[in-house]
Design a protein around this ligand. Structure first.
Ligand SMILES: NC(=O)c1ccc[n+]([C@@H]2O[C@H](COP(=O)([O-])OP(=O)(O)OC[C@H]3O[C@@H](n4cnc5c(N)ncnc54)[C@H](O)[C@@H]3O)[C@@H](O)[C@H]2O)c1
Length: 314
């Protein structure tokens, strides 16, 4: 089992606080660093919320873990075994951050990026530590979704990859390993689904609300238990072959984002954060909705974890 005594998270916006709470729980002394003191203040609230969720999940707690907040990069990364970068999705910014990490972090530290799709090889380009730089893509919310995509770059060493996977497994998360591909695997699947969903609603084939019901119960619930390739085996490859042979031709291949989305973006209807997007919201609804969704995700994860070790078709 791989354990890391000390870690640092660089950037404490949406993702950093939940990642930090998971590492603290794994027994790691974790430093949350941000350039913006206001982000640090918001992160303190985020960490407390994530700790509450981990309590409700009955997540195992390893002694020795802690979280400290800092705006001093050298203090955050000194002595770190693992540094996880979670700054905004911008190649030049990430390259600058990694250059600083090479300067201030120990020569043995694993340097991971939470990028959602920038190739790791590009982030590591020209770095003297390219063998230690690796993609570690958490799914949002990171304290609830126990799966992390591991994406080595061209120069990442196998030892670093294996060590990081060992660490992820040590706190009960699943690691999946991928070769570099734009968007990484999880988001490619999600965006393929979203493209078809948006097109069917735009064509008036189904209402927004019925679409959400259809996908949540018809697909989502099932997929949380039976993976897509297991599903093909369950349905029969002959069935997939015959349906796919006519249906694949009819599925969306749109390369532009649908006007259903672009028109709303132009109107400033950005979703929950503007209290209107596909649906309308009011501030009270939003709070209640967030609490309800967290409660449901916690309940589903606990229910699924009762069957841990049952790996479906494997
Ligand atoms: N939000 C998601 O759902 C999600 C999911 C998976 C991966 N990611 C990826 O994780 C990364 C972070 O995403 P986020 O949504 O948490 O971003 P965010 O914008 O919410 O937070 C980024 C934080 O980084 C800080 N920052 C900016 N420059 C910095 C620097 N030089 N040093 C230290 N901190 C700096 C900002 O002050 C901010 O607090 C991105 O690469 C994103 O693609 C996001």
């Amino acid at each position: 089992m791989v354990t890391y005594e000390r870690a640092a998270i660089i950037g404490t916006g949406t993702m950093g606080p939940g990642m930090g709470a998971v590492l603290e729980r794994a027994g790691t002394k974790t430093f949350l660093y941000d350039i913006d003191p206001a982000a640090i203040e918001r992160a303190k609230i985020g960490v407390d919320l994530a700790r509450g969720v981990l309590d409700r999940l009955d997540a195992p707690k390893v002694a020795g873990g802690s979280i400290e907040f800092t705006t001093d990069l050298a203090a955050a990364v000194s002595g770190a075994d693992l540094v996880m970068e979670a700054v905004p999705e911008n190649l030049e910014l990430k390259q600058r951050v990694f250059a600083d990490l090479v300067t201030y972090a120990p020569e043995t530290a694993v340097l991971a990026s939470n990028t959602s799709g920038i190739p790791i090889t590009k982030i590591a380009e020209g770095s003297s530590a390219a063998d230690r730089i690796i993609g570690m893509h958490w799914s949002n919310p990171p304290h609830l979704i126990p799966m992390i995509e591991i994406v080595p770059g061209d120069q990442t060493s196998t030892e670093v990859k294996d060590q990081l996977i060992g660490f992820i497994n040590s706190f009960g998360y699943e690691a999946v390993t991928e070769r570099e591909v734009p968007g990484f695997v999880e988001n490619r699947i999600l965006y393929a689904v979203l493209r078809e969903v948006v097109e069917l609603v735009e064509r008036g084939i189904i209402s927004h609300a019925d679409m959400d019901t259809c996908v949540k119960w018809g697909i989502g619930y099932k997929l949380a238990v039976i993976g897509p390739l297991e599903l093909i085996d369950m349905a029969g490859l002959d069935i997939y072959n015959s349906v796919g042979s006519y249906l694949n031709k009819d599925l969306s291949t749109a390369s532009e984002v649908s006007s259903l989305i672009t028109d709303k973006v132009a109107e400033g209807r950005l979703g929950i954060k503007t209290l209107g997007g596909i649906y309308d919201y009011n501030a009270d609804d939003v709070k209640a909705l967030g609490a309800m969704r967290a409660a449901k995700l916690i309940a589903v994860r606990k229910a699924l974890e009762q069957f841990d070790g049952d790996q479906g078709g494997a």
